[in-house]
Structures are given as C-alpha cells and as structure tokens.
Design a protein around this ligand. Structure first.
Ligand code: DQA
Length: 143
C-alpha cells in the first residue's frame, strides 16, 4: 500500500506556532513519527508540505495512478479551498482528513471544511495521533 501524506500552510511551523493549540513538537517530529509508523506497518509513504494552494493541487493531480490513499491536513485551506476539494475528486483516491486541533470547538470560520465533502473520514483534536489513525483507517478501508 502506498500513501501520500499532505500538509498545508503553516504546518511547517509546528513547534513554533501557537504551541497551546498545536503542541511543542515540530514538523520534523511529525515526519519522523509517520515514517517510523509506516516502516513498522510495511506501508510505503511519501510526505509533502506546502504553503501554496496550487502546489497542493499539483501534488494531488500528480498522485493519480501512483498512490492508494491520501491523508491530508489542508490546514487553513480546509476552510477556503474548493480547488483542493476538486483535485481530490478528480483523482478519486480514497482520502482521510486530519486536523491536529479540535476545529469543531474553535472559531466559526473554521466550521466549514470543503475537503470533508470528499474525505471518507475525518480525525480532529487527536494531535499527531490523528495521522496514524488516518493511515490505519486507510489500511482497513483499502484491504
Ligand atoms: C488545522 C486547523 C486549521 O483550522 C488551521 O488553519 C491549521 C491547522 C489543524 O491541524 O488543527 O492550520 O488544520
């Protein structure tokens, strides 16, 4: 099984940005944790982070025919990006949405998720564990 893990804008600032919300661990810590889990579970994974909406759309398009599943934390683009939703629908790769924080208990502008219109599952408020849960869900869903 081959999984693509995509993170959107400011996720590269983990450890620095709002630690009370996102914790003290860094994006490098997140990458290491996901890689370690995937290696132990015999899952091939690639990680991608970008602060640019179009680059995320390009990466999703490029995943067509190459990946069995996508785990995506679109970050702020969750709440604005029809383009990312359309890209996911275009490639039709099973996708799980992840949010580190509990977005449902945050500001009203975070209550819409465009990606949720396509994602088969959403994990929120579980910190980094949400990414592992998402990968496990895909493994079960795809087998
Ligand atoms: C986030 C929640 C979003 O509302 C926010 O813009 C982010 C991170 C999360 O992981 O909790 O950048 O997706």
């Amino acid at each position: 099984m081959k999984i693509l893990v995509i993170n959107g804008p400011n996720i590269n600032m983990l450890g620095i940005r709002e630690p009370a919300i996102y914790g003290a661990s860094t994006y490098a810590d997140l990458v290491a944790m996901i890689k370690e889990y995937c290696a132990s579970a015999d899952i091939e994974c690639e990680l991608f982070q970008s602060n640019h909406e179009g680059d995320i759309v390009d990466k999703i398009q490029d995943a067509y025919g190459k990946f069995d599943g996508i785990v995506i934390n679109p970050a702020a683009y969750t709440h604005t990006s029809v383009a990312i939703l359309d890209a996911l629908k275009s490639v039709a790769i099973p996708t799980v949405e992840v949010h580190i924080s509990k977005v449902s208990e945050r500001e009203s502008f975070r209550q819409i998720s465009y990606v949720s219109y396509y994602a088969v599952k959403t994990y929120q408020g579980l910190g980094f564990d949400g990414y592992i849960k998402a990968i496990e869900y895909l493994r079960e869903h795809l087998s």
